[in-house]
Design a protein around this ligand. Sequence first.
Ligand code: FEO
Length: 385
Amino acid sequence: MEISPAIKYVGVDDLDIDLFESQYIVPDGMAYNSYIIFDEKVVIMDTADARKGAEWWSNVERALDGRTPDYLVVQHAEPDHASLIAEVMEKYPSIKVVATAAAIKMLPQFFGGIDFVERGIAVKEGDTLSLGSHTLQFFVAPMVHWPEVMVSYEQSEKVLFSADAFGKFGALCNGGGWECEARRYYFNICGKYGMQVQNLLKKAATLDIKTICPLHGPVLTENLGHYIGLYDTWSKYEPETEGVFVAYASIHGGTAVAANRLADILRAQGAPKVVVSDLSRCDMAEAVEDAFRYSHMVVCAASYDADVFPPMHDFLHHLKIKNFQKRRVAIMENGSWAPTAGRVMRVMLESMKEIEIVEPMVTIRSRMKDSDVAAMERLAASLLQ
Ligand code: FEO
């Protein structure tokens, strides 16, 4: 694939991977993007995961066609992009690694026995690297998604190499739209670091960008304002869609019935969209994504061991570490003898920023009764007001 006559795609698709980062299902596979810029100097932009090392090397050698690369730009030291750095340095003894000082400090942790200070060029905010008619300019992007991250802007063709930003799950050969898997990727990979993403967007706003080349997912060439706008919404923790996400954790089905009834009540009361997820069976990353996506949330869970049923605990733990915030949340608990789920969910939610818990919480005893409906209607009305 060609980004332009001077910029070639040498990344690889991974269709064999079961879990990205050993935690995220990727039914459409994963892409590890990598690029080469050809000019008087030749630059490889990041490598790939060693899982696909042979394929990456095949792409690189075909593109290089005998030329020796001068630089390896390392925007991010995470192994899905950086696993092949030592092989590149061994094959090309004269190559220089261009990275932030933080990356040059971190890389020996992954690759012992290589002197990255001797063989590296540490770049700072705004530094440039002339390749001939092309010039790379570097901007640090700490915590998007690791502390050593930087992005690179090629000035002559106005290409932003954006590291993990604007990436998505899914192999390129499987195509698919951007929003769904980019959103799931964003909130689960970068969601904690909204402020840092905002800082990067402010820098990007000063650049004239024609093409975005991320480290995952498709190269973006059109309608860039749409993608940048979504990143702005997501990184401000603002809801993208008006609606209610109803997440439930049910042991024997009683809480599930109540959660679905509450969803029907919300629809009847005019909620523009209501989405229901069974936390015991859904993809947790998708549930996290939906919590951030929608403007309102309801959590419904059974009590368990004087605590909350573990799938809900796991969900709320994920939201806490991903910096979930700025939402109104309603709680419905279930308990057959001593209900405890509501108290635990409340404490977990109150530990998050700017979460307003909507009252009054509803308590179901084993199975929802007709007599519970009035309280559920009050809770729904209170949530939607
Ligand atoms: Fe795609 Fe943070 O690595």
